[in-house]
Design a protein. Structure first.
Length: 185
């Protein structure tokens, strides 16, 4: 009986007065309540929780709505050029020749050559540009046309020191250059 008395005395005088003892008692109570609740509730049903998997994939898009992906298997539509208007290739070629200019060309003359082939937005962006800063001198190959839509085309022109990328849009009198980008090679 003395061993039992010493164990109870140790439990109430030292173990339960420490933080570790109190945490141990709380843990035993929590696990006891959880265990009792599981015993009372019975076995889980097949529809309880996340164990019931769907019988078909969960979709968030109507599968008959069409393709909205980035990659398309369809060929892009051909650009539409009004009768008698310049084609994208003709516009890109003329714009590139005007952009390259020539040695000693004046800024006003250079701007005048670009103006009828470019949109108002691009003309405004190029208004303060210096024709002496053009980094190439000649076109070295045929243009590569990438049709994006019927009214938007990207044209890549190889030049002697790089590649000129032009984005063209359709206007009333034909195609106009809207974006100019230079890629050094």
């Amino acid at each position: 009986m003395t061993a039992m008395r010493r164990a109870l005395e140790f439990l109430f005088s030292r173990a339960l007065r420490s933080r570790l003892g109190v945490a141990l008692v709380i843990a035993v109570l929590v696990f006891g309540v959880i265990g009792a609740a599981r015993l009372v509730s019975g076995p889980p049903g097949p529809a309880d929780g996340l164990s019931n998997r769907p019988d078909r994939p969960i979709t968030t898009v109507d599968p008959t709505a069409g393709d909205d992906g980035v990659m398309s298997t369809e060929a892009p539509p051909s650009p539409v050029t009004p009768a008698g208007a310049r084609t994208p290739e003709q516009t890109a070629d003329r714009f590139a020749k005007a952009w390259l200019g020539g040695p000693g060309i004046a800024a006003d003359q250079w701007q005048a050559g670009l103006r009828p082939l470019s949109t108002a937005a691009l003309t405004e962006k190029l208004s303060g540009a210096d024709p002496g800063g053009v980094p190439a001198e000649q076109i070295t190959g045929p243009p590569e046309v990438r049709a994006r839509t019927q009214t938007f085309v990207e044209v890549l022109l190889p030049l002697d020191t790089g590649r000129l990328r032009l984005e063209l849009v359709i206007a009333d009198d034909g195609w106009l250059v809207d974006v100019l980008d230079w890629e050094r090679q």
